[in-house]
Write a protein that binds this ligand. Structure first.
Ligand code: SF4
Ligand code: SF4
Length: 344
């Protein structure tokens, strides 16, 4: 894989300072029941790296000490960490909102019986990736049979009350989907694409969900490396820079979150974790969760590089989707594409 940090490190991206810390995004490990071609952490069934029980305890201590309101769990498949349910239960008992970034097929994995019911019982918000529009596309990228199992997972969540009603739903069972472009273009306008997804998924499968999050592809890891191989890395970076909107700076996710790797080391966001750019905290080289027991992350400067333009281009992008869903993104994928997807 081509390294991308050397192509991004010299930057004119504006300096950023963390405003407040409201969200801890925690990677519970790289084990996954799938092994998708595009996976940016190279997760899979043979990976053994997992967050251990002591570090999970530390996550809970930090949530309490810093009064952090949202715990965002990712992986791999976070549910495969043996401490997943204990962590969710304890965080919810403390009144923390918990997000599970769920790949949907994990719901039907052997040994995961009752997972959907557990998530519903603890009112865990589910964010699930459904980036492609056809059985063939999904199965080619994510594995044989993944599309059908994803649809089955969505139906199981719907049957429990997920995805019903308003945003957020009165049931407290939020089900959001994630879309990212399959090419080196910006995502289409989030609101219009969400309407298309809602219509098509309801029509063909009777599936309901709350919000669709459109994410911009970052020029890092496997996607960035592919751009380098094709000779299109610089033109994609130019696309992101030409679509820069300074009004998105105030809502980029690093303003209010920290990302934690499985060993407890801290980063400004998941992308910086993948680039191995540690967060800054009290002048430490590589700050750790335990440092957050005594130090405030508010007011710390953020490690920016040219990939940050991916967060501010067009309607903006974050783990919670567009930052501003109103503008029409230039050079975006046509909104009509998912409407014509073959759902069979
Ligand atoms: S489901 Fe997600 S974490 Fe698992 S291999 Fe696919 S992209 Fe990676
Ligand atoms: S890439 Fe990370 S550090 Fe850069 S603006 Fe986006 S969230 Fe912030």
């Amino acid at each position: 894989m081509h390294p991308t940090l050397p192509l991004l490190a010299v930057t004119d991206f504006p300096p950023l300072v963390r405003d407040r810390l409201t969200t801890l995004q925690v990677n519970l490990g790289y084990r996954c029941n799938q092994s998708c071609l595009h996976c940016h952490v190279n997760a899979g069934p043979t990976r053994t790296e997992m967050m251990d029980g002591d570090t999970v305890d530390l996550v809970l201590d930090v949530l309490r000490a810093r009064r952090i309101r949202t715990l965002d769990l990712t992986g791999g498949a976070p549910e495969l960490n043996p401490h997943f349910r204990r962590l969710v239960q304890a965080a919810r008992a403390d009144g923390v909102q918990v997000i599970d970034r769920c790949n949907l097929t994990i719901l039907s994995e052997p040994g995961q019986q009752g997972l959907a019911t557990f998530l519903a019982a603890h009112q865990v918000e589910v964010i699930a990736s459904l980036p492609c529009y056809s059985v063939a596309n999904v199965d080619r990228q994510r594995g044989e049979g993944v599309f059908d199992r994803s649809i089955a997972g969505l139906r199981e969540l719907n049957a429990l009350g997920y995805g019903e009603g308003d945003n957020p739903p009165s049931s407290g069972l939020t089900l959001n989907l994630v879309y990212n472009p399959q090419a080196a273009v910006l995502p289409p306008p989030q609101g219009a694409l969400e309407a298309d997804y809602k219509r098509e998924l309801a029509l063909h499968f009777g599936i309901r969900f709350n919000r669709l999050y459109t994410l911009t592809n970052m020029p890092i890891q496997r996607f960035g490396s592919t751009l380098v191989s094709k000779g299109t890395f610089q033109s994609y970076l130019r696309l992101l820079k030409e679509a820069y909107r300074p009004e998105n700076l105030g809502t980029v996710m690093c303003n209010s979150m920290l990302s934690v790797d499985r060993q407890g080391d801290l980063y400004d966001c998941d992308f910086n974790q993948m680039l191995d750019l540690p967060a800054r905290l009290n002048d430490r080289d590589r700050p750790h969760l335990r440092d957050l027991l005594t130090a405030e992350a508010t007011g710390e400067s953020i490690r920016v590089a040219d990939h940050c333009y991916g967060c501010t281009a067009g309607q903006g992008s974050s783990c919670g989707g567009a930052l501003d869903a109103t503008p029409t993104a230039p050079d975006s994928e046509p909104v009509s594409m998912p409407v014509s997807m073959k759902f069979a």
